[in-house]
Design a protein around this ligand. Structure first.
Ligand code: GLU
Length: 501
């Protein structure tokens, strides 16, 4: 077991450009776990400098998704903190300031190349089968020339002056040292012509100013990681520990999830978006448990983890850099486990909105009685609608032929219903054992199996061939309703028998 870390400062730094998916959820979770485990701080930083891609609703969804998962941040745009503002669009001047520092240190330069020139350059490079990179034309301008052109009002960007010789070695916590040749690294734009810094500069500056000790981020940033190290080193700053997390693959394990894949998933009752999972009836506890294990494991056998367990047991040393296929069958399994882990009161409280959404008027006392009889059978909270809806109905609709018992005729089944009615009308509905014994002995007297009789009664009092346990359901429904529904069933089956006579 690796030593516990001193308090870390970690950040989750999403760009609000789209919906919040499992990948972001997992990045946020790992950061959160590390902060809580070490008694450090978890920071939410909104990376919204790309004005073109900014989607206002995305931020709201992001905040709701994180809160739903239970990942509360210690510093962030809404809660403030000593290193704010935590929204990059409010830090424009800071980045400009640092970009100028790089220019002063001869680590960056103004570039006046027009989009047209860059497009031509690119085309030529493609034709010549060369890597498409900036050719360094403006790198050679003297500072005086550059300032003169700025004064004349020429539009410009600021580019990083990547060393063109030698190697750079960076260190990823999971992959070890990675060495690349500097000449393969472009002179990336740090500040665009509209004055906004791009991620490469803004995030490095913020990580430094916000005293971030560990950067846990998506491995899509591995390719520009050497550039990031160059920027940090150009300032003479200490590098945080970089941990690039594994990528998620689609359930088949072949490739990354596309938009089309997620549309198909939703039809199957699944989604990669956190907010959808809430709507589909998954518990945040199950999502957390499931995503925690996509790229991390404790001992290869323990699978049930609460947030508290994860805070105690999480370790960077057990992260796995290999891609992980999203496995929804596992997810259902985890949801079931966590549903069974809840107290009856808690589960009832969470089921209620799903029943209400389905149009049922829900009586809380009754729901508390129902919950324990369906708890074992739920995969999602939404399953309660199908499983327990009948408890809240005034009338049951079902195909009358369903009332015909297995291997029985309609007339025999009708007789079984009539006898049951007789028997039950004289019984007290409080004693489960007694009710069950009486129905079993009725089946015996009639020369049929208890299963055959229960099958008929199940349709009559629940409307379904699969339901929570029959006797418990009858007790919860109450004698009055059961007798009424048996009466209805008798009428329906009698009509059928007559029609067939
Ligand atoms: N804004 C970047 C993104 O959403 C953050 C990457 C990082 O964590 O540094 O991909």
């Amino acid at each position: 077991m690796a030593e516990k870390l001193p308090p870390v400062r970690v950040r989750f730094a999403p760009s609000p450009t789209g919906r919040t998916h499992l990948g972001s959820g997992r990045t946020a979770l790992y950061n959160y776990l590390l902060a809580r485990q070490t008694g450090g701080q978890f920071i939410l930083r909104i990376e919204d400098t790309d004005q073109k891609r900014y989607v206002p609703e995305a931020e709201q969804e992001l905040i709701e998704s994180l809160r739903w998962l239970g990942l509360q941040w210690d510093e962030g745009p809404d809660v403030g903190g000593p290193y704010g503002p935590y929204r990059q669009s409010e830090r424009k001047e800071i980045y400009l300031e640092y970009a100028k520092q790089l220019i002063a240190r001869d680590k960056a330069y103004y570039c006046f190349c027009t989009p047209e020139r860059l497009a031509r350059l690119r085309e030529q490079q493609i034709q010549n089968k060369q890597p498409t990179m900036y050719d360094g034309l403006c790198r050679r301008l003297t500072p005086e020339d550059a300032l003169r052109r700025i004064k004349q009002g020429e539009p410009y960007v600021i580019r990083f002056k990547t060393p063109k010789e030698g190697l750079i070695t960076v260190r990823d916590y999971l992959r070890g040292e990675i060495t690349v040749e500097n000449r393969t690294i472009d002179d990336y734009i740090l500040v665009k012509s509209d004055g906004w810094a791009v991620y490469h500069l803004a995030a490095m500056v913020d990580d430094q100013l916000m005293r971030i000790t560990h950067v846990l981020r998506s491995s899509e940033w591995l390719s520009t990681f050497p550039l990031h190290a160059h920027i940090i080193r150009a300032f003479g700053w200490q590098e945080p520990v970089f941990v690039h997390l594994s990528v998620f693959l689609k359930p088949s394990g072949k490739g990354k999830m596309s938009k089309r894949d997620s549309a198909q998933l939703l039809q199957d009752g699944y989604s990669i978006y956190i907010k959808d999972l809430e709507q589909l009836g998954y518990l945040p506890e199950a999502v957390v448990n499931w995503i925690a294990l996509m790229g991390w494991s404790y001992d290869d056998k323990t699978e049930f983890f609460t947030m508290q367990d994860l805070i105690e047991k999480f370790s960077l040393d057990h992260l796995n850099p290999s891609p992980a296929a999203i496995n929804f069958t596992k997810f259902d399994h985890f949801n079931g486990l966590h549903i069974r882990h809840l107290s009856v009161e808690d589960l009832a409280r969470r089921i209620k909105p799903f029943l209400v959404r389905a149009g049922f008027e829900v009586d809380d006392q009754k729901l508390l009685q129902i919950t324990p009889v369906i708890q074992e059978r739920l995969v999602t909270l939404d399953d309660a609608v199908e499983l327990a809806g009948f408890f809240f109905r005034e009338h049951l609709e079902y195909e009358p032929t369903l009332l015909i018992g297995k291997d029985m005729t309609a007339a025999q089944s009708l007789k079984a219903l009539q006898e049951s009615y007789q028997l039950l009308s004289g019984l007290d509905f409080n004693d489960k054992e007694h009710l069950e014994a009486a129905l079993r002995s009725l089946a015996e007297q009639m020369g049929i199996k208890a299963g055959q009789l229960f099958g008929i009664l199940r349709i009559a009092v629940t409307g379904k061939s699969v339901s929570p346990p029959l006797i418990e359901s009858m007790i919860i429904l109450g004698k009055e309703k059961v007798m009424e529904w048996l009466q209805t069933a008798i009428k329906r089956l009698a009509t059928l028998v007559q029609a067939n006579a």
